[in-house]
Design a protein around this ligand. Structure first.
Ligand code: FES
Ligand SMILES: [Fe+2]
Length: 386
């Protein structure tokens, strides 16, 4: 959701939503993995999460398991998490630290250099004629680090350009010190819905007043089912109004997305008065990452498809160092609020998912407020060349 521009008129004509079966059909899901997920930048974790040399994270992008690690000399590298001998997973854990400079296969103990994936040893008493270790290094995966966020791309030829994954204005996050912030909480959930079902939900507020009463109270514009004050035909009649319903921003006396709306005296020092007044700033990296930035914290939300009808959601809360160390800042204020809102979304998405199976339902239809959903669906269609 973006408050800086509106494309309200993009849906003056009624437009069909994506075909319903695209949300549950297994063959279609495989196509999306191949054409979208395996050719896009996917957020893995923060650079801070791999602070120690030889620490690693693994991530599953559809059926592709990737290990991302910090080499001994500080560089971040990534490989397909698969042994070149007979294909075993190398690092079965979600995260950990290698015991040595080698990645050792848990099956027959072939060992690879952590720094570049070179095959260093096999476990046979003699290697056969014609066998060259150089031919059996780990398959590399393309990595990019943007402002302390680590992304991988399964397309070996992918070029990093911040505008590319962040389809929506990464510059709006410039004053948020994301690379220096501390992760104070992580929340993981497996949702019974297709990844697009959840993504679309995050891109419209037509559902806000009934699904999110507390959020709609905090962000009065959302209570009007819109994400930009200009998202209604008669917006100019209220231009100049100080009422947050028409002006945007948070309800009176609130500063951030927290249970009581208070930033507890910890507004991020580098923000402008406008950025604080805005209430929320978003960054969107399709297909699966959403960054929300607020007066005192940031939240990174990542989703990954586990199957056609299961999606993993991981949310991380970040605050500046000083805030993390302060004894007068209660993180449950920001964590509980966001989990309440995400749980509400999740319940709506799971209902949405079940209904999509109705045999006569070919596809839904988009309403004018859903122009970000339309952009997303156009992007999906373009990726699939439909
Ligand atoms: S599969 Fe890895 S050493 Fe055999
Ligand atoms: Fe929502």
């Amino acid at each position: 959701m973006n408050e800086h521009s509106t494309d309200y008129n993009a849906l003056k004509q009624s437009e069909p939503s994506l075909p319903a079966r695209w949300y549950f059909d297994e063959a279609h899901h495989q196509r999306e993995l191949k054409e979208i997920w395996h050719k896009s930048w996917v957020y893995v974790c923060r650079s801070h999460d791999l602070a120690e040399p030889l620490s690693f994270r693994t991530v599953e992008i559809g059926d592709q398991n990737i290990v991302v690690l910090r080499g001994e000399t500080g560089e971040v590298v990534a490989f397909h998490n698969a042994c070149r001998h007979r294909g075993s997973i190398l690092c079965p854990e979600r995260q950990g630290r290698l015991k040595s400079k080698l990645i050792v296969c848990p099956y027959h103990q072939w060992a690879y250099a952590a720094s570049d994936g070179r095959l260093v040893k096999t476990s046979s008493f003699a290697e056969p004629d014609g066998f060259e270790r150089d031919d059996y290094g780990l398959f590399p995966v393309t990595v990019a680090v943007w402002r302390g966020l680590i992304f991988v791309n399964l397309d070996a030829h992918a070029d990093w350009d911040a505008d590319l994954p962040f389809q929506r204005e990464p510059a709006h996050l410039n004053n948020f010190p994301i690379e220096h912030m501390v992760t104070v909480h992580t929340w993981r959930k497996v949702m019974a819905c297709n990844w697009k079902t959840f993504w679309e939900n995050f891109n419209e507020c037509l559902h806000c007043p009934n699904i999110h009463p507390e959020l709609s109270d905090l962000v009065p514009m959302y209570g009007r089912r819109i994400v930009n004050v200009k998202d209604v035909p008669d917006w100019a009649d209220h231009a100049g109004s100080e009422d947050p319903k028409y002006r945007g921003g948070l309800r009176k006396d609130s500063q951030t997305w927290s249970m009581d709306g208070s930033a507890q005296g910890h507004v991020i020092a580098s923000l402008t008065a406008d950025e604080v007044a805005r209430g929320q700033t978003y960054g969107v990296a399709m297909p699966g990452m959403f960054v929300g930035a607020y007066a005192d914290h940031m939240r990174i939300v990542r989703m990954l498809p586990l199957s056609a009808e299961q999606t993993e959601l991981v949310a991380e809360w970040l605050v500046p160092h000083e805030t993390a160390e302060a004894d007068n800042y209660d993180i449950s204020q920001i964590v509980d609020f966001a989990i309440m809102v995400m749980d509400q979304d999740l319940a709506a998405c799971e209902l949405n998912q079940r209904g999509l199976h109705a045999a006569p339902l070919q596809q839904g239809v988009l309403m004018p407020e859903e122009y970000h959903v339309k952009h997303f669906q156009d992007w999906v269609r373009a990726r699939l060349q439909e």
